[in-house]
Design a protein around this ligand. Sequence first.
Ligand code: RTP
Ligand code: MG
Length: 142
Amino acid sequence: MSDAVERTLILVKPDAVRRRLIGEILRRIEAKGYQPIAAELRIPAEEELAAHYAEHEGKPFYQPLVDFMLSGPVLAVVAEGQGVIPGFRSLAGATNPTDAAPGTIRGDLGRDWGLKVQQNLVHGSDSVESAQREIAIWFPNL
Ligand code: RTP
Ligand code: MG
């Protein structure tokens, strides 16, 4: 149900933090009407990333993705709002910035030249179950 009030876990990845895009990305989240209720900027622990990306373990892009996510601070955000789980994924756009539509975070701000798919600026939970699992990893006290 898209009008259910939900919480999602958003990660502003190291490429976006390095490019000073935190403000621009949070602006888009807030402009859509979503409410940040928790946020933390820090280099993740490897165990957090292993838990977060458990579904991708064993895939060829897994270790490069984890290494990239350890390359600098990540801003983890919990945002709340009606339909925020699919809504933030719409804001983010397609996984590969090359395919992401104009108007989306990855479509407007993503760079595909010379970069890997992993450098796609943001992560957003893809289901209610994923959101609950991921929020517990990043904000165990929430
Ligand atoms: P996300 O979880 O980050 O919101 O993105 P997503 O659902 O659209 O993509 P997913 O399939 O869950 O992949 C997680 C992240 O892994 C990196 N990736 N690299 N072929 C590749 O090199 C590849 N495929 C995926 C991306 O950083 C993606 O966001
Ligand atoms: Mg995903």
